[in-house]
Design a protein around this ligand. Structure first.
Ligand code: SF4
Length: 411
């Protein structure tokens, strides 16, 4: 029994679960449906990777890899647990990496919720304190507008009948109409369309049924316009499946720039390709998880550290790939000629030193208003990662570690 099944099962058993008049709410729900539609979202990412742990074993607590309930962050940084599910796993598209695709050759049962059923399940998990939000996606039957109508109906039932005011991340299905996107934007906190690949050409390698320009980019533009006009408090996001069609990290970086600059996205998420048995890509090797991690670091350098496009490009090798080491360190080694005195360096200079992030840079600047930094222990107290930072710092006139020596130690 999976973790989500267990929750549903326990909820049906426990007389202490306060779920109002809906006490028998789970009675009619097929648990294999809950499990299948939860697992159907496993390629949908709503937060960045933060762990390498993979605990997936019945009877073990702390499962961080299975689908069903996942975590995301609200605009104010709060972590919320979300019920992540498809509305249906029936799909008429042919994305080569996806187990919901019509090209999938494995054994599969097709399931769909009704809007009322999914709303009741969500509200019961919410009232049972298992979740704080809903992440709703879906396979796409021949009519994306029809499925979207049912997904929106689910949200309406949640809001109007059950008075639900929790967080909602709603997936916009490729090709769906502007009117439906507008309706969803009036209820959901966050909307996203998955771009999956960095370009039209790569998309055509993965799917013959989805148009990158019309079905995806055009819908992102619709969301952008709606977001600029009014609510959608958590904005728009997207995700890229990394390594399913041989694209380089530089290709992904260029797409990322367009997503942030032109579509004004809040976040781009990266999900390394992992082959699913029964799909046309089942024999393609899984991508290493460190690739995802390095892409997130590159993304942060652009989005949070305000590194320029030119600076970030230094991190890529001649083939356009990131190596499995810190891109900020590679940029520093190639651009910082001398060591910095933390008493004098500007905020931007401090940010370019490995081991110093926005918080520690602010702390240094505040601290030195009334104090002089003359020993490395002060930097440690201000949150600096000394091992990474010292080769680039000069404290009290003393360079603790020469860059060439540091390099020798870290090769
Ligand atoms: S559109 Fe593609 S990725 Fe999405 S569910 Fe259908 S086959 Fe899978």
């Amino acid at each position: 029994m999976t973790s989500l099944e267990k929750i549903v099962h326990l909820s049906t058993q426990s007389k202490y679960d306060v779920i109002g008049d809906e006490g028998t709410i789970f009675k009619d729900i097929d648990l294999s449906k809950v499990d299948t539609l939860g697992q159907g979202t496993k390629h949908d990412i709503c937060t960045s990777s933060s762990t390498k742990r993979e605990v997936y074993q019945d009877g073990i607590l702390g499962n961080v890899s299975r689908s069903g309930i996942c975590h995301s962050f609200t605009p104010n940084g709060r972590c919320v647990s979300m019920f992540k599910t498809l509305f249906t796993n029936y799909c008429t598209h042919d994305c080569k990496y996806c187990q919901n695709s019509k090209e999938y050759k494995g054994t599969k049962r097709i399931y769909s919720y009704t809007p009322e059923e999914l709303a009741r399940l969500t509200i019961s998990l919410y009232k049972g304190n298992y979740i704080e939000g809903l992440f709703l996606s879906s396979g796409i039957s021949s009519d994306e507008d029809l499925i979207t109508e049912k997904m929106i109906e689910t949200l309406m039932i949640l809001k109007n009948k059950y008075r639900y005011a929790g967080y909602i991340h709603f997936k916009i299905l490729p090709g769906v109409s502007y009117e439906h996107i507008k309706q969803a934007s009036e209820i959901a906190d966050r909307l996203s369309v998955n771009i999956e690949t960095p370009s039209d050409a790569y998309m055509s390698e993965l799917s013959s049924t989805k148009s990158y320009i019309n079905d995806i980019l055009k819908r992102q533009n619709f969301i952008k316009k709606l977001e600029l006009k009014k609510n959608l408090p958590a904005g728009q996001t997207t995700q890229i499946v990394v390594g399913a069609c041989g694209e380089s990290d530089l290709d992904i970086f260029k797409r990322m720039l367009k997503e942030y600059k032109e579509m004004i996205l809040k976040r781009v998420y990266y999900s390394v390709f992992s082959p699913v048995s029964g799909t046309p890509l089942e024999k393609i090797s899984a991508q290493p998880t460190w690739r995802e991690h390095r892409l997130y670091q590159m993304d942060w350098l652009y989005r949070v550290y305000n590194f320029s496009e030119k600076e970030i490009k230094i991190a890529f090798d001649d083939g356009g790939f990131l190596k499995n080491n810190d891109p900020k360190l590679k940029i520093a080694l190639n651009t910082l000629d001398s060591s910095f005195d933390p008493n004098e360096a500007s905020y931007d200079e401090l940010l370019r030193i490995p081991g110093i992030g926005p918080k520690s840079a602010y702390r240094i600047i505040n601290y030195r208003k009334n104090n002089k930094i003359y020993k490395k222990e002060q930097l440690l107290n201000l949150g600096v990662q000394l091992k990474k930072a010292l080769p680039f710092l000069k404290v009290n006139g003393w360079e603790y570690t020469r860059i060439d020596r540091w390099l020798e130690c870290n090769q």
